[in-house]
Structure formats: C-alpha cells, structure tokens
Design a protein around this ligand. Structure first.
Ligand code: AMP
Length: 467
C-alpha cells in the first residue's frame, strides 16, 4: 500500500511542515517508515527513517528540509524488507540533477527490469520497485534529454500498480497508472498545489479538493500545470483467458473496503457510504435473529452501522480498542500477530453477556483475527456469535501492493463456507456477495483479482512465481 503526498508552494514558502501534516493524515496507509524530500530549486534535501510519522520527524529535522517543493511517503512493506534503505522518497542523481521518487503500489515485472538494468551495469542499493523506476528514468533522461518523454518511456515498461510522485529540482510529476489501481488526487489553496493518495489529507490542511487523477494521467505541477497521458496500450489492452478483459480502469476494491480512511472519497465515491451500503447488503443477504450488532473496531464500524440500520437490530460497542496499538499486520510473524489481537481488542462483558451477537468486520484474510475475536466475545458471555464480513471471500493473492501473500495462507482459498465457519468458531458466517459488493461501491471498473483470481494485467513474471 503506502501513502504519498506532495506540495508545490506558489508563494515559495517551505513545505516540509505541510507534508508532515499530510503524511500524518495518511498514516493509516503505512506505519513502517516515513520520509520527506524537498527542493529549493537548487538542491534536494531528504530525510527518512523507520517508524511512524511522529517518531521519524521533529522540528529540527523539518526545519532542515528547505524548499518550496516537496514530496513525502509513508511505507507499508510488501516488496522489499523492513529496513531504512527501503524507505522512501528514493533520491537518485540524473542528468537533470537529483530526482526524488515516492511510489504507492507493486510492480509485477520489477525483477525482470532490475535484472536487465543490472546487466547494463546499474548497481542497486535497495530491494524496492521505486529504485527500479528511478534507474529506468535516469537512463531515459540521458537518452531523450526530455523529462516528459523520459517519464513516458519509463512508464511504458511498467506492469502493475503505481501511483507515483517524481520530483525534480523545480517541479513534481504526479502519475496514476493506466489501470488506476491506487488512488491519487489533487488539491489546492491560494498558495499551494497538493497531490495526495487520499483527499482526507487535503481536507486536513484546509485546502480544496480539485479532482482525482484519471488512470493513465501524468500531471506536471510547476509554474504551470500540464497534463499528459501514459501511452502503453499494448500492456493495457492485454488478452487474458482468450478475451480482452479489462479495457477500463481496475481500481482496487480493497481501498473502499479496508484501506482508505472512511472520510475519504475515491473517484467521486465516498468510502464511508460504500461501507455503510455493504453493511446494508450484508443484512439483506445474511439476515439473522440476534439481540445486538457489534463492530470489530475500527475496520468494522461503518459496516456494522449499515447492518444495524437495515436489520433494525440495535448497534452496540461490544469491543474496546486500545488506540495506541497500530494495525495488526504491522507485526511480521504469525505468533506476534495473534498476541497483537489481544493487545488491541478487549470485550465489554456488560454489553455481550447473554446476548446473541452479530459481529461485523471488513474482511477475513488469514482468519487469525476473526478466530481470536470470536473466542474473546464468547468468553465474555455471548450466547451466539454470528460473523458478517464486508468483503467476499479472498481466494487469490494480490500482486499489486496489498499484503495478502500466498494462496496457502488465505483461509478461503481452499475451504468452503462451512469449514471456514468451523475454523473460526462462529455460529454462522456470511460474506457479502461479489454482486453485493459491486452494487455497494457503485462502479464496475474495479480490480477484483483477489476475489476472482482474474487479474487485470498479465501476471507471467518472476515476482509472481515467488509468491
Ligand atoms: P486475518 O484474517 O487474521 O488475516 O486478518 C484480517 C483483518 O486484518 C481484517 O479484518 C482487516 O481489518 C485487517 N486486514 C485485512 N487485510 C489487511 C492488509 N492487507 N493489511 C493490513 N491489515 C489487513
């Protein structure tokens, strides 16, 4: 996943502080590392480290990040390990001066591209896709001597998900891949132009949301704004299973279901409304006799509200969340993840005792979280536990940047509903249907690969074999 944020100050004020606030508002998109790179048109200054935004930066560091142009990144690792070298923005030297790159998404063909570059003598310092993009761009800049052409040539080679910010000394290029996998939008106030993974960060800075970038769009942000297109029709219009499958965009459905903040709007659709709609769909598709509806906080909150409204079963908070624990997936090993569930959530006996409970959450990936929580709720005295899930069964890995690694680890990949229910220990289990999900989101140009196994890009790459 990851979050990216950029600012161009028309009044030439330093932007580091604004980027810091922007990244703070995008913290939900990645908690492993954070970084900012700024430019005063002569030099690029950068700082990045492992940790949360508030842990990585302090006043002194921000003051040293001079410049009226800047980009920032919060990292959630899928490609590359958890280490400083893999934090972003990634800064490289080029024939056009230094360049900083911040990337959200995963490329499928980065291994092939990396090997090709290594054969040509490039030496890599990190294991990220972002460095591959940077090195490709450096070569193209030498060849073409034109920034837009070099960027277009670089992007033509990339297969996969990339919302990108590329900063030169004097401008930022904001790019959304032709499939529109990840969100990216523009904002503005009197003195600044903003670009952000989600509009929640633009709203926090009291700026105005302008619009989402279109899939395949390159927006040059400088003294002037220019718009270009990515021209890689051959990759975009691929033949899959004998048919041309996706001609349109394929925006990640999981942004709406889990990743984005509920106060964000992606491609004109409110994330909050989607979650509420899904909750309503769930109540229609999987009604049950129960005394209370309770969310698994925070990811299940809005879904549960929708379920309660539609079913007319009262909404109660049956679980308390410890606000100081981050998202469970931050912890790498299975053991630690299980401990994290207990650290994060505790049941409220006064609410749950002797009740038939509908527990609502956004998704089941490995099943560990749900199993633990059902157990917690039962121990707190619930008579029955009916689990309702706002995302259809996740059966296939994501190659585009969401941590749903191997098929083996996905509980729904080789089990039927009844076996999953048993393993999780619920009295009943209901997932929203694929049709219900699409209806609730209200758009069809979605990437549903983790739910259907049908991928919107070719997947015959080395990286996929490693999954
Ligand atoms: P589990 O089924 O134990 O793998 O955990 C699923 C829970 O983790 C879901 O209810 C989500 O709230 C959260 N979750 C799902 N997918 C992800 C992801 N890719 N990264 C971080 N958290 C996730």
């Amino acid at each position: 996943m990851c979050g990216i944020f950029g600012v161009y100050s028309l009044s030439r004020e330093n932007v580091a502080k604004k980027i810091y606030y922007g990244l703070f508002s995008l913290q939900h998109r990645g908690q492993e590392g954070a970084g900012i790179a700024t430019s005063d048109s002569y030099n690029i200054y950068s700082y990045k480290n492992i940790g949360l935004v508030t842990e990585v930066f302090n006043d002194e560091i921000l003051q040293n990040l001079i410049g009226y142009i800047g980009i920032g990144h919060v990292r959630y690792s899928t490609t590359g390990g958890k280490c400083l070298e893999n934090c972003q923005p990634f800064v490289v030297k080029s024939s056009f001066g230094n360049i900083a790159i911040a990337h959200n998404g995963d490329l499928l063909n980065s291994e092939e591209l990396r090997l090709e570059l290594e054969k040509k003598g490039h030496i890599f310092t990190s294991s990220t896709d972002s460095e591959v993009i940077a090195q490709l761009l450096v070569r193209e800049l030498l060849k073409t001597k034109d920034r837009v052409e070099a960027i277009q040539n670089t992007l033509k080679k990339l297969v996969g998900a990339y919302s990108l910010l590329i900063m030169f000394n004097d401008k930022i290029f904001a790019i959304r891949d032709p499939w529109g996998f990840k969100p990216l939008c523009l904002g503005r106030d009197e003195d600044n132009i903003y670009v952000s993974s989600e509009d929640c960060a633009i709203n926090t800075l009291d700026a105005k949301f302008v619009r989402d970038l279109e899939p395949g769009e390159i927006v040059e942000i400088g003294e002037d704004i220019n718009i270009y297109k990515i021209e890689n029709e051959d990759i975009y219009n691929v033949e899959l299973e004998g048919e041309r499958v996706y001609k349109k965009a394929a925006t990640c459905m999981f942004e709406y279901v889990y990743f984005a903040r509920p106060d964000s709007t992606i491609d004109g659709i409110s994330v909050y409304k989607v979650r509420k709609n899904i909750g309503r769909e769930l109540a229609k598709e999987h009604p049950t006799d129960a005394d209370i509806v309770s969310p698994i906080p925070d990811s299940g909150n809005t879904f549960a509200l929708g379920y309660a409204e539609e079913s007319k079963i009262p909404y109660y908070e049956g679980l308390m969340k410890n606000k100081y624990v981050g998202r469970t997936f931050i912890l790498p090993s299975q053991n630690e993840r299980e401990l994290a569930v207990r650290l994060k959530l505790s049941p409220i006996r006064a609410v749950l005792e002797n009740k038939r409970v509908v527990l609502v959450d956004d998704s089941i990936v490995r099943g560990t979280t749900s199993r633990r929580i059902v157990e917690l709720v039962r121990k707190a005295g619930a008579k029955e536990v009916h689990l309702r899930i706002g995302c259809p069964k996740i059966i296939s890995p994501c190659y585009y940047g969401i941590d749903m690694p191997t098929k083996k680890e996905l509980i729904a990949s080789n089990k039927d509903l009844e076996s999953i229910r048993k393993e999780i220990g619920a009295d009943s289990l209901g997932y929203v249907s694929l049709e219900g999900l699409i209806k609730a989101i209200g758009r069809k140009d979605l990437c549903l690969a983790c739910l259907t196994g049908r991928y919107p890009t070719p997947i015959k790459f080395k990286k996929v074999k490693d999954y």
